[in-house]
Design a protein around this ligand. Sequence first.
Ligand SMILES: Nc1ncnc2c1ncn2[C@@H]1O[C@H](COP(=O)(O)OP(=O)(O)OP(=O)(O)O)[C@@H](O)[C@H]1O
Length: 249
Amino acid sequence: MSAPVLLVEGLHKSFGGVQAVEDVSFALSAGELLALIGPNGAGKSTCFNMLNGQLKPDNGIVRLEGRDIVGLTPRQIWRLGVGRTFQITATFASLSVRENVQMALYSHAGRLRSLLARFGTALRDEADALLEQIGMLDQAERPCGVLAYGDLKRVELAMALANAPRLLLMDEPTAGMAPKERVALMELTAKLARAQKIAVLFTEHDMDVVFGQADRIIVLDRGRLIAAGLPQEVRNNAEVRAVYLGGTH
Ligand SMILES: Nc1ncnc2c1ncn2[C@@H]1O[C@H](COP(=O)(O)OP(=O)(O)OP(=O)(O)O)[C@@H](O)[C@H]1O
């Protein structure tokens, strides 16, 4: 079996007296979609922020393709191939769909400084290739500010893919979307991630999205990992049902 893209072992983080994350361990392989779920305050965001360098763990190991990334800055971690999408979309409203993706490609290539001189044609073909993948090529010229929310989220996905990530961290990627759009966005993410062998870790409150799209699920409650497994195993787990799923799934 190939080495995991992401390996997390014994992760701990406390804030004052609050143990936000306690002894969390898991691994994630290339092309795999792993959902991190749990009730409000379970520690999901804290976990994410320790993986992307925004927070330093009190204890524990985080390895990206074998390399220890604890203590690196968010930018250094991004440079190593960890892409992110946000709960709030992070596109430039006044730029077109294509220009937003060109911007992300520029940033990845380290050429942002020469951007003003060359914007317009450079990396246009690469941007269009990404737009084609997300089904937005026909809207390439439109300003992002006029797009429907679901389309904006797809552009944001293309911008994350521009960094050629090995690992994509998606913190509530479908927040604010209509139920049908949510499933469509994660189906698209799953298709692209599997084809490009990108490991995806996502948090999500919509259980239709989680159980429909995740290959595996891990469940946090009050900072502790209480379950990990295939969707069916997690669905049938008595503790998970008691603290999170209730009678609905
Ligand atoms: N910067 C902070 N300072 C103090 N306490 C914090 C901080 N960040 C998180 N916490 C606490 O840590 C615990 C875990 O919070 P976290 O935001 O990681 O949960 P979550 O699972 O992401 O919740 P939600 O689903 O509501 O986003 C909570 O008790 C929270 O109040």
